[in-house]
Design a protein around this ligand. Structure first.
Ligand code: SF4
Ligand code: SF4
Length: 239
């Protein structure tokens, strides 16, 4: 049964447990960083950082608000990055879960085109031109475990389960949140497998919190490739 995450930023405390758990599970190295006057660290996603808790401080209605956004690949239902790569040995969707997975064969592809196709600015390249991003902890899931970020989250911000369950949870938490935050919203819930709930304008959290050029507004090249894709391949996608 296909899977999804629900990320409730209204209860995220920015403890960064999810970020560290991701590094630990994937055996990714720490990065050399410097003080930039922000608790967000490192500065951005990278080949070695698949999960990043973004932090911003905003004055909203005269009150200072800390906005936390545990950013990662959204595992799009119709992933533009996969369409534009058009190479199943490099980028493919896992049938059982819907996870969008990258392999070492991304090396040698036109990676700038793939990076540009992502509406959420997620894929990152190594020096040798291999791409990497969140893999949904696919090895854990296929062994009956939750993704490491979900397992470690102490507040209930990170949730994971069947797509139906996560959509129901998201709708329920949205309704509850709107009593306190009237402008709370779910971000692109019909397009992605990582559904964020935010209390305020999503642009205040991160410039790519919502799709920058839309799943349906992907680059013309990717759209053309999708139109030309065999019907059998389209039917294989799991909603
Ligand atoms: S968020 Fe970006 S990298 Fe992740 S599946 Fe969608 S297009 Fe690909
Ligand atoms: S582990 Fe949970 S509470 Fe901590 S930063 Fe991640 S999402 Fe937020």
């Amino acid at each position: 049964m296909s899977k999804s995450f629900f990320v409730d930023t209204t209860v995220c405390t920015a403890c960064r447990g999810c970020q560290v758990a991701c590094k630990q599970w994937h055996d990714l190295p720490a990065e050399q960083t410097q003080n930039r006057g922000s608790y967000q660290n490192p500065e951005d996603l990278s080949f070695d950082t698949y999960k990043l808790v973004r932090m911003s401080e905003e004055v909203i209605d005269g009150q200072m608000q800390w906005l936390f956004f545990p950013d990662q690949c959204r595992h799009c239902l119709e992933p533009p990055c996969q369409d534009i790569a058009d190479d199943a040995s490099a980028i493919f969707t896992d049938r059982a879960t819907g996870a969008v997975l990258y392999t070492a064969n991304t090396k040698g592809l036109d990676i700038s085109e793939i990076i540009e196709s992502c509406p959420y600015n997620v894929p990152r390249a190594s020096k040798d031109g291999t791409l990497a991003k969140c893999d949904m902890c696919i090895d854990r899931i296929h062994n009956g475990l939750d993704p490491a970020c979900v397992k470690t989250c102490p507040t209930g911000a990170m949730n994971f389960g069947t797509r139906g369950d996560m959509l129901s949870l998201a709708e329920n938490r949205l309704k509850a949140s709107q009593k306190k935050f009237p402008y709370a919203s779910l971000l692109d819930p019909g397009d992605v497998r990582v559904i964020f709930l935010v209390a305020f304008d999503p642009d205040l959290y991160h410039e790519s919190a919502v799709a920058s050029h839309g799943i349906s507004g992907m680059t013309r090249h990717a759209a053309l490739k999708r139109m030309l894709r065999p019907l059998t391949q389209i039917a294989g996608r799991i909603a």
